[in-house]
Write a protein that binds this ligand. Structure first.
Ligand SMILES: Nc1ncnc2c1ncn2[C@@H]1O[C@H](COP(=O)(O)OP(=O)(O)OP(=O)(O)O)[C@@H](O)[C@H]1O
Length: 777
């Protein structure tokens, strides 16, 4: 068990040296006057909560005791006087104090602590009262300076002057910070209250810091950052006080300066609109006022700290309907409040039943930061804020239970802490009177009193000798006293030095462990960075591959596009060509049609002429035949007979619709001389009886068919003559063979027509047959 803990336990066992956590209760006015309150006030210190257990239909009443209960009619002034004024008095006496407000969301915690310009809360009243009291006793700015390790050092007048000069030139961060906030400050009502018993042999400096704990991380609300706030770590100083490392502690010389800083911090503090409060704090905020007193002539400074903590409200998610970020914040708020409650329970249990339960301060930044308060480094006061509506009764019950636990916790009484300062300023001007002693003088104070006088004994004069010895003894006594004093001083200094050595050793150990942790973290981060680098390289390679592939694909697409373009061009050209050809073809076709039509017209005309000529000829033949009935049959045994119309019709090949049969038989004799080189199409419609005739038809080049199967049989352009062979036998031995002859002429549509122009008749008679009577011939 370490010494401070033992000391604390010793102090706690002495009722004179301990005091409980003082818990106050403040009731917020109901929003709706018609609403039924779920609380009633039994006495100025006792509150009764009526919990309605609806399921069982029973109304239960529980009493809770407080140091004082503020009703909804209590004003801000009353709350300040009861709760904060004693803490403020302690503050200027170098004692630490912690005041926090606790309650459900929207119960009036922020209102109690901050208030507004017309109704200033605890914080503005503390600031106003403090400056009203120390106004004339302030040290010059920068005479006392924060060492950024939760301690202070006294600077020389020259150093302070330099810093003030820098400030006027707007070089320092603080000035920039102050300027940034200009215009935002609120001037709270100041009723001129002053503290009594302010030591007038001291010089005071007031320092302000403002931080918040959001999602279990600490942020400095006065940090001079242009962008995002950086989270801070909590450390323990040489006096075992917990503090936010690197937090900006700004010296203020007036209440207005302090309010300006508060306004800057307030702007950065995380607030949000929820269902239960239009401006709900989403973080715990800590407004620290530190008063440093320089005790003149003693090389001592005394530091007092007052922490005003506005805790974020506990909230039930089913009532706020929070989601996403708000839900995360709410869970973080509830967790830290739960840790605070667990710590209080552990402390109470240890004190009541002597157990050794460890309070889990480290589980939350909130409890870690105020650990030293709970372990006896200052007074702790809590204001429980209650919204007395019926809907909040269940949550209020939890709050009141926590209040009950908290006020059972006993803490050691806070004592002022003095710090020795060897760096004493020398002030020549102004109202500040600083001690004239210097470090050198302090050291020379180790004098051994008056010098030992030289002793010359006179053996003759014993009386004189006695007087000399008495004087010597007196000097030696003085020197002995001086020696004792020196020894005491030396012991005190040695003790102080030892303590400082122990502290610095502890700090060293802590720093080492912190360095170790940081090194481990650094190592882990480095390995993570390495892994990430490897991943980045892999991804870059992959990316490069993708890019190459992509480029290739792009190139391929470009080529395809080019080919498509070329093809499209060709297609267009072809289309144009086709269109041109089509036009040409149409023109040509029109021309051909015209030519063809002309030809046809000519041919038709020619044919008509020919027909007319033939008709004329036939007419003449007919006239001739009619006039010349007796034809000489014996000369040639051949008869030119005009075939009966019906017979001729039957034998006409019907290949095309254009086939025209010329029934006007022209004289075969006219055609006989023609066609020596013609090719004949010999059509044997019936199989002929082989004849031994001497006379043979003259068809040197011929093609014989027994049936006309297809059009090409006739349309063959090489064939120009057609001959249809028909044979008849009378059964008595006479055989008659008829050859119907014609010209094959092409038609204008590509077909062919046969124009018959003669019939040859071959007759073979049997000699045994009776000759025909002239009538039968
Ligand atoms: N005693 C009071 N008198 C008049 N108005 C009050 C009082 N207490 C609270 N209010 C009003 O109630 C509203 C909510 O109060 P406040 O913001 O202080 O709640 P809170 O407990 O801080 O809530 P949260 O935890 O969500 O931040 C404010 O508009 C405030 O002005």
């Amino acid at each position: 068990m370490n010494q401070p803990k033992m000391q604390r336990e010793k102090q706690l066992s002495n009722p004179e040296l301990r005091e409980p956590v003082k818990v106050f209760c403040r009731l917020r006015p109901l929003c709706d006057e018609s609403e039924l309150p779920s609380l009633k006030l039994l006495s100025p210190t006792t509150l009764t909560i009526i919990s309605d257990t609806k399921t069982k239909g029973v109304r239960r009443e529980c009493n809770y005791m407080f140091s004082y209960v503020f009703t909804s009619y209590s004003g801000q002034r009353e709350v300040f006087e009861h709760v904060a004024l004693p803490l403020l008095e302690d503050l200027v006496n170098g004692k630490n104090g912690l005041l926090f407000t606790y309650g459900v969301t929207g119960s009036g915690k922020t209102h109690t602590l901050n208030g507004d310009a017309a109704n200033p809360g605890i914080m503005p009243q503390c600031i106003n009262t403090l400056f009203n009291s120390i106004g004339e006793l302030q040290a010059q700015k920068y005479l006392i300076k924060s060492d950024r390790m939760n301690g202070f050092e006294v600077q020389s007048e020259n150093e302070a002057l330099e810093e003030r000069f820098r400030e006027t030139k707007s070089i320092t961060k603080r000035v920039r910070l102050t300027k940034k906030g200009s215009g935002d400050k609120i001037m709270y009502n100041n009723d001129g209250t002053k503290l009594k018993n302010i030591r007038d042999d001291c010089l005071f400096s007031v320092f302000i810091s403002y931080a918040e704990i959001y999602n279990n991380a600490v942020y400095d609300l006065l940090e001079d950052s242009n962008g995002k706030l950086q989270s801070k770590i909590i450390r323990e100083d040489s006096q075992r006080n917990m503090y936010v490392n690197g937090v900006e502690e700004i010296e203020v010389k007036s209440a207005a300066d302090a309010f300006e800083l508060f306004a800057i911090g307030q702007k950065r503090k995380r607030m949000a609109h929820t269902l239960l409060n239009a401006e709900s704090s989403r973080s715990h905020s800590i407004f620290n006022i530190r008063v440093v007193q320089l005790i003149q002539g003693q090389n001592l400074i005394k530091v007092g700290q007052l922490s005003l903590v506005d805790l974020a409200g506990s909230e039930r998610c089913n009532r706020t309907n929070n989601t996403g970020m708000r839900l995360k914040e709410a869970s973080s708020i509830n967790n830290s409040l739960m840790t605070l409650r667990t710590c209080m329970e552990a402390l109470r249990e240890n004190q009541l039943s002597g157990t050794n339960r460890v309070a889990p301060y480290r589980d939350s930044r909130l409890t870690l930061l105020f650990k030293n308060y709970f372990e006896g480094e200052g007074q702790v006061r809590m204001i429980v804020c209650i919204k007395p509506s019926d809907q909040d009764s269940e949550e209020n019950l939890q709050v009141l239970k926590f209040a009950e636990v908290t006020q059972d916790v006993q803490l050691t009484k806070a004592e002022p802490r003095y710090l020795q300062t060897f760096k004493t300023p020398t002030v020549k001007t102004g109202y500040i009177q600083t001690p004239k002693t210097t470090k050198a003088k302090t050291i020379s104070s180790f004098s051994f009193g008056p010098k030992i006088p030289s002793v010359k004994l006179d053996l003759q004069d014993v009386e004189k000798n006695f007087a000399i010895i008495d004087k010597l003894a007196q000097v030696l006594r003085v020197r002995k006293q001086k020696c004792d004093l020196n020894n005491e001083d030396f012991d005190r200094r040695a003790q102080h030095l030892r303590k400082r050595l122990i502290d610095s050793n502890q700090e060293n150990i802590m720093s080492r462990s912190e360095i170790r942790n940081l090194k481990a973290m650094l190592k882990r981060d480095k390995s993570q960075i390495q892994n990430l680098n490897v991943k980045i390289v892999d991804l870059e390679t992959l990316n490069n591959d993708f890019l190459t592939k992509n480029n290739e694909q792009q190139e391929f697409i470009q080529n395809l596009q080019l080919t498509i373009d070329e093809k499209n061009l060709k297609l267009n050209q072809n289309c144009l060509e086709q269109e041109k050809n089509k036009q040409k073809f149409v023109l040509h076709a029109e021309k051909l049609n015209q030519e063809h039509d002309n030809k046809l017209r000519k041919q038709r005309h020619q044919l008509e002429m020919e027909m007319q000529a033939r008709d004329l000829k036939l007419k003449k033949v007919k006239e001739l035949i009619e006039s010349d009935v007796n034809v000489d049959l014996t000369q040639s045994h051949r008869e030119v007979t005009k075939l009966p119309e019906t017979e001729l019709k039957e034998n006409i090949p019907q290949f095309t619709s254009e086939s025209v049969i010329d029934r006007n038989v022209t004289s075969n004799r006219l055609n006989r001389g023609r066609g020596i080189g013609d090719i004949w199409l010999e059509h044997n419609a019936v199989k002929p009886i082989p004849l031994q005739t001497v006379l043979q038809p003259s068809m040197k080049r011929r093609k014989s068919v027994d049936r006309l199967k297809k059009a090409s049989d006739v349309t063959n352009p090489k064939q120009s003559k057609y001959c249809l062979i028909a044979q008849e036998s009378d059964g008595a031995g006479d055989v008659e063979t008829k050859l119907y002859k014609g010209d094959i002429l092409p038609t204008c549509t590509g077909g062919a027509q046969v124009i018959f122009n003669g019939v040859e008749c071959l007759r073979e008679e049997s000699p045994t047959k009776m000759p025909l009577s002239p009538n039968n011939k």
